[in-house]
Design a protein around this ligand. Structure first.
Ligand SMILES: Cc1ncc(C[n+]2csc(CCOP(=O)(O)OP(=O)(O)O)c2C)c(N)n1
Length: 325
């Protein structure tokens, strides 16, 4: 394969993954509103380029940790949409046997160490995974996804400090979608940019257009190389935006200005990549895009059918897998 063909195929795979996240969440949102999904759903729509760009730069054995907004991270790392949808539906075939819901999906087999309902809760866990990788000498890299809100919490500072001091192979990826629920990052993040905080720990900090999957991938590749070489952690701040309200719940206010929402919708990450291919030698044609969409929709329909056909966990299983009762 020529490098150009390689690149064209890679871009199509990135598009497919971002679109899978988009369609998965559109369906999850619909099913939440219809009452088929009981637990809370936080949509990642608009931020897909971050998860997909980062995970495209990782190997299967590398490990990631996610947040309360984790569907994109799961799919980008290779999780099975059927088991994810079954988990959202509360069925026993789901990743947590139907007892964890959207915010607790993990798949250790693909290096996905878990979503987390505790803001900044993943930071120390993944830093521990980085320490384990260093002690084992297995060459793995550990990646932490977190929000701008989480960057103001204690675990951010404690984790990055120790990772820098011990030169751990960890990449801290801030998904700065400009808001933590209804609090603007501009009102809470000292120094303006989260990436600027890297200076306090003596590690590289990069600001990336988080709606440009190729830019996110390139920044991550650099950080991966550094981590694998034993040169320590990096902080990457991806500027992005969630197109939906904080959660799919209808009774929550959304204080974000409409003009800001519109401005970022015009920079939709899927449209950005489509436009990139169309400006080059290997454009994704409308026919090809229609075909990709149909294939992705079939994957989501299969996931929903699998979830619907699966049983709920038995009441007697309620304390199975619980360490202390
Ligand atoms: C320790 C803790 N404090 C508060 C909350 C409530 N909460 C859930 S999401 C959220 C905002 C998180 O913002 P950010 O880290 O920027 O992530 P985003 O939702 O923007 O993706 C808050 C305060 C929580 N889940 N955990």
């Amino acid at each position: 394969m020529t490098p150009a063909t390689n690149q064209a195929e890679r871009e199509r795979e990135l598009l497919r993954q971002m679109h899978t996240i988009r369609r998965f969440e559109e369906r999850a949102s619909d099913d939440f509103h219809s009452g088929a999904i009981y637990g809370v759903v936080h949509c990642y729509i608009g931020e897909e380029a971050v998860a997909v760009g980062v995970c495209a730069a990782l190997d299967r054995d590398d490990q990631i940790i996610s947040t309360h907004r984790g569907h994109g991270h799961c799919i980008a790392k290779g999780a099975d949409p059927k088991r994810m949808m079954a988990e959202l539906y509360g069925r026993e075939t789901g990743y947590c046997k139907g007892k964890g819901g959207s915010m607790h999906i993990a798949d250790f087999g693909i290096g996905m160490l878990g979503a987390n309902g505790i803001v900044a809760g993943g930071m120390s866990i993944i830093t521990g995974a980085g320490l384990a990788a260093q002690l084992d000498g297995n060459g793995r890299v550990a990646v932490c996804f977190f929000g701008d809100g989480a960057s103001n919490a204690g675990p951010f500072h404690e984790s990055i400090n120790i990772a820098a001091q011990w030169q751990l192979p960890v990449i801290y990826v801030c998904e700065n979608n400009l808001w933590a629920v209804n609090t603007p990052a501009s009102a809470t993040v000292s120094a303006g940019d989260v990436a600027a905080r890297s200076a306090g720990y003596g590690i590289p900090g990069h600001i990336v257009d988080g709606n440009d999957v190729l830019a996110v991938m390139a920044a991550t590749e650099e950080a991966v190389e550094r981590a694998r070489a034993g040169a320590g952690p990096s902080l990457i701040e991806c500027k992005t935006y969630r197109q939906r309200r904080h959660t799919e719940r209808v009774n929550q206010p959304d204080l974000r200005p409409q003009a800001e929402i519109d401005e970022w919708r015009a920079k939709d990450p899927i449209e950005v990549l489509l436009a990139h291919t169309r400006a080059g030698d290997t454009p994704v044609t409308q026919a090809e895009w229609t075909q990709i969409d149909a294939q992705v929709c079939a994957v989501i329909a299969d996931a929903v059918a699998f979830a619907e056909a699966s049983p709920f966990p038995a009441p007697a299983a309620v304390v199975d897998d619980v360490f202390a009762v």
